[in-house]
Design a protein around this ligand. Structure first.
Ligand code: HEM
Length: 377
């Protein structure tokens, strides 16, 4: 049974080998909530998170140790499941600092990192406001879906009266690898996803691309990161009618072993200059991997940590399915650069971005500290 320390230089759940299950939650502070409410909420969340990631029940009396005449402190559905590799990663949205009406509810406007701005509108965006944004976020990842859900449920319950869920997303299978020890999983288009992802073992590249440096600041964010979340619907009924060779052209890799269409196995470097005998590029000009590649994006590498989702179906019998894209980078502008480059992506015909959010992910803490300490003190 894997477990990850909640405390450390960086928050867990970023370079941690991606677990297979996700419950991601975005919260808004309650109307009229004060700075003291925010402070106490983050302290209470920190204490509970430390217990949850150890696989322990929360509160003094847990699920069954309290008074028979009171609701239990812990809801109980994770009893006996152990830590199950749970990580809990906390973040702060732009609206926590300055809300949509320009109001600084918590006296935090002067602490806002310059990099933390709502994302710009991208071509093709079809965002649903109710599943976008949020003052606070918690990413719960685990090997066991019930452990991730239990964590979000109990953290929401702790927030009662101070903050409420705005939207949340379950993910049932990882769509990336963040360690060379992991096998590359597949997304719902059936392609290997995560092959060229930034891996935890690439220490220097992680430092250059993921963690906020002392030069960039602000000081309370040093060692932290920024998280971009995009709920991307896949129009899979259309995709499933596309010929195999066209699917591969759109991605720029083979569907079987995931090697680049310029040749070689899964981990071969793509050769974007390689031509077919008829003079056309082996990796199409509009292929996803060409447009997302660091070579055309000023060397930028994102740490992708997304999940597959299927949330039932619509009234026409089409699956509400897709990829809940999550990426960590030391400036959200890096995501913006790559996403703008993907405006010409051939895959877009089969995708619709319906949810979007960005959060500042503060650095990790030591025992005795709270997640909000750097920001609030
Ligand atoms: C690579 C699929 C959205 C950035 C890939 C690969 C696949 C894929 C199959 C090749 C394997 C790999 O290296 O991981 C998808 C699908 C998407 C999606 C199905 C939407 C549902 C995005 C978005 C971004 C992005 C929104 C960022 C804005 C990247 C990057 C790479 C990549 C940076 C690696 C490129 C390289 O270095 O070779 N994606 N992707 N993807 N994707 Fe996506």
């Amino acid at each position: 049974d894997r477990s990850y320390d909640f405390y450390g230089e960086h928050q867990a759940g970023i370079t941690t080998p991606v677990q297979d299950r996700l419950h991601f939650a975005s919260f808004d502070l309650a109307e009229g909530a004060t700075r003291a409410d925010l402070e106490s909420l983050l302290a209470d969340w920190t204490a509970a998170a430390a217990s949850l990631t150890r696989g322990e029940e929360i509160g003094e009396t847990g699920a069954v140790g309290g008074s028979p005449y009171a609701p239990p402190e812990d809801t109980g559905e994770a009893l006996g499941l152990g830590p199950a590799g749970l990580t809990l990663t906390f973040g702060f949205g732009p609206s926590l600092f300055v809300d949509a009406d320009g109001v600084d509810r918590f006296g935090l406007a002067s602490r806002k990192p310059a990099a933390l701005e709502p994302l710009p509108r991208f071509a093709g965006d079809a965002l649903i406001p109710a599943s976008s944004g949020g003052d606070l976020c918690i990413q719960a990842c685990s090997d066991d879906p019930q452990v991730a859900v239990h964590a979000i449920r109990n953290l929401s319950r702790i927030a009662f009266g101070r903050a409420a869920l705005r939207w949340s997303q379950l993910g049932f299978g990882r769509t990336s690898s963040t360690s060379v020890t992991q096998q590359t999983p597949r997304n719902l288009f059936g392609f290997k996803d995560g092959t060229a992802n930034l891996k935890a073992e690439e220490h220097d590249a992680v430092v250059d691309n993921v963690w906020v440096s002392a030069d960039a600041g602000p000081s309370w964010m040093v060692g932290g990161s920024y998280l971009v979340a995009r709920r991307i619907r896949m129009i899979i009924e259309s995709w499933d009618r596309v010929q195999l060779n066209e699917q591969e052209t759109l991605v720029g890799r083979t569907k079987g072993d995931g090697g680049p269409l310029s040749g070689g196995g899964e981990f071969a470097a793509p050769d974007f200059a390689a031509l077919r005998p008829d003079g056309t590029p082996k990796i199409d000009a509009a292929a996803h991997v060409r447009l997302a590649h660091p070579d055309v994006n000023g060397g930028i590498r994102l740490l992708r940590r997304g999940y597959n989702f299927v949330d039932g179906n619509d009234s026409l019998g089409r699956l509400d399915a897709g990829l809940f894209f999550l990426s960590f980078q030391n400036d959200p502008e890096r995501f913006v650069t790559v996403q703008r480059s993907l405006a010409r992506d051939g895959l877009n015909e089969y995708l619709r971005h319906v949810g979007s959010a960005v959060f500042a992910i503060p650095p990790g803490i030591r025992p005795g500290q709270s997640i909000g300490d750097g920001l609030l003190n």
